[in-house]
Design a protein around this ligand. Structure first.
Ligand code: SF4
Ligand code: SF4
Length: 145
């Protein structure tokens, strides 16, 4: 990967490896979101996609997630603009797109993939598997907007 690529190379010109490395591994985008007709911005819940390993915040079906989860948010340089509202404010893709610095705990700065968890910036061990909750009860698990 090129030195400081996220600071100086446009997203559409990144290699696949560089693009993937921008993800901080927080797991927040794998939380279930709810939205009604009057909201422009979705609410996050404390419920996680059934395919998320809530201990390490990794997707168990990453390479074929598009087939396993109908509404999985698969980010690409081309769709990032359109799906931004579904991403948490802390999402590294969002920060880079907005020309903001990545936080000190991001692995590209800390050189440690675990710093996102150690500093409490991931959902590690915090989310409940969506399969334990009926869909009509999701609103009871709204965590933040
Ligand atoms: S919210 Fe953004 S940075 Fe966090 S896991 Fe999802 S894509 Fe990666
Ligand atoms: S299928 Fe999609 S939403 Fe579910 S854990 Fe994997 S990446 Fe996250």
């Amino acid at each position: 990967m090129r030195k400081n690529f996220w600071k100086k190379i446009p997203l559409k010109r990144l290699t696949k490896e560089e693009w993937e490395a921008i993800c901080d591994g927080c797991g927040k985008c794998c939380l279930i979101k709810v939205q009604n007709d009057t909201q422009s911005i979705p609410f996050y819940t404390s419920l996680a996609c059934q395919f998320l390993n809530t201990k390490n915040c990794k997707c168990k079906v990453y390479t074929f997630r598009d087939k396993k989860k109908r509404d999985c948010l698969i980010l690409t340089p081309d769709n990032l603009e359109q799906v931004m509202k579904w991403l948490p404010n802390s999402c590294a893709y969002r920060l880079v797109k907005e020309n903001k610095d990545l936080p000190s705990w991001h692995h590209l700065n800390s050189k440690d993939r675990n710093s996102v968890h150690r500093t409490g910036n991931s959902i590690q061990n915090l989310a409940i598997n969506e399969m334990f909750v009926a869909e009509e009860d999701y609103e009871n698990f709204i965590a933040e907007s």
